[in-house]
Design a protein around this ligand. Structure first.
Ligand SMILES: Cc1ncc(COP(=O)(O)O)c(C=O)c1O
Length: 391
């Protein structure tokens, strides 16, 4: 038995089969490259599904430094990294507000649902409108919020209080708002269903409706946030004037170390008061110090500008390919449609040494680190072209 088969058989025997995995076993990464157990090199443009914003093996110094000082002490106390990270995130949003820290995207969205419910509680409102083809995570409330039937199947009944409305359809949203509605939650760029940006006019219309009807406008920036689109917040690319009331982050925030967070603007920043919400591991000094170091690197190396430049470069090249029917996205959050089934194309790309991620049924995603070089973008394009041509 090869080493790869040996490791896969460990999963077969001991790991719950919740994922449809590719038969690739990785042992090491450096920058934009990873190596499998047989020593084969891959250009990683999946980025761990929009997580590894600085690439591989980029966190060691920050991790080691903080690990030698203080890893965890609970939220019964104060630590400087959590306070500094909250301050930094509020500055990056550019609107006065406060943050809450947790460990994942689904958990960050849970905090948004609770914020919406607490906000609406005294007026008997608890419903959150979400969108068809959205994705908000795999917790019970997460699959209830998600606008895709496949994630709910077998787990019914869903958590009460979520309704799905067609994306980019303002009339449908206006018609769906009822006496129980407290908030609207959307991804400014839908990720899992195939990289579909909200239309600027749609966001403006949602803001208007929320203001008229006293609802919270909440953005799920778990996948599209943290600089990937060329701005720290994706909504700043879609419609920079449409400021939300609250927002969630995770994935790239600490470049691969687990962390999630929400931000809410004043006056909603104090809705979740003492004793109303918590997470044992939320905002540990270790996670926050790593996130701070990731953001510092992104700023010092102008990585959001790099995402804008190389994203535009790569998208322009992808649009020239005969097999490509559509290219959508901003910065280094790119969705490419082809006639080929996406999982097949992703497997072909991997065989050519390029890691990509499927979305929906016809879309493959390019979600590389934000510090890729032009030659790496060109190399990915060449490998993708070869994969498209492979019968
Ligand atoms: C937009 C969005 N929200 C939430 C989540 C859930 O994040 P996590 O897997 O960290 O719980 C994801 C994950 O893909 C996502 O893309």
């Amino acid at each position: 038995m090869s080493k790869a088969q040996e490791i896969i058989s460990l999963y077969d025997q001991y790991v719950m089969p919740t994922y449809g995995r590719y038969p690739l076993v990785f042992v090491r990464g450096q920058g934009t490259r990873v190596w499998d157990v047989d020593g084969k090199e891959y250009l990683d443009f999946g980025g761990g599904i929009a997580v590894n914003v600085l690439g591989h093996a980029a966190l060691a110094d920050a991790l080691a430094k903080q690990a030698n000082i203080l890893v965890h002490c609970s939220n019964l106390y104060y630590t400087e990294p959590q306070g500094l990270l909250a301050k930094k995130l509020v500055e990056l949003v550019g609107v006065a507000g406060k943050c809450f820290f947790c460990n994942s995207g689904a958990e960050a969205n849970e905090a948004l649902y609770k914020l919406a419910r607490k906000f609406g509680h005294d007026s008997g409102r608890y419903e959150v409108l979400t969108f068809v083809n959205s994705f908000h995570g795999r917790t019970l409330a997460g699959i209830s919020a998600t606008g895709q039937e496949k994630v709910k199947k077998g787990f019914e009944p869903m958590v009460d209080g979520f309704r799905h409305v067609p994306f980019n359809d303002l009339d449908a949203v206006a018609a769906a708002i009822g006496p129980k509605t407290a908030a609207i939650l959307l991804e400014p760029v839908q990720g899992e269903s195939g990289i579909t940006p909200a239309k600027p006019e749609f966001l403006r219309g949602l803001r208007r409706l929320c203001d008229e009807r006293g609802l919270l406008l909440m953005y799920d920036e778990v996948q599209c946030g943290i600089g990937r689109t060329g701005e720290f917040c994706a909504w700043r690319v879609v419609a920079p004037d449409v400021v939300p009331d609250a927002m969630s982050w995770a994935k790239g925030l600490a470049g691969g170390f687990p962390i999630g967070a929400i931000w809410a603007r004043k006056p909603f920043a104090d809705v979740l008061g003492p004793g109303t919400h918590a997470s044992t591991f939320g905002g540990t000094p270790l996670a926050c110090a790593v996130a701070l170091s990731v953001i510092e690197k992104m700023e010092n190396d102008n990585l959001m500008a790099n995402a804008r430049d190389l994203g535009a470069h790569l998208m322009a090249k992808l649009r020239t390919l005969p097999g490509v029917t559509a290219v959508r996205g901003f910065g280094l959050m790119i969705g490419v449609d082809t006639a080929m089934e996406n999982r097949v194309l992703v497997a072909k790309a991997a065989a050519r040494g390029l890691l990509l991620v499927p979305a929906g049924t016809q879309t493959v995603r390019f979600l590389p680190p934000l510090n890729i070089t032009r030659s790496e973008a060109d190399e990915a394009f060449t490998k993708f072209t070869q994969a498209l041509g492979d019968a």
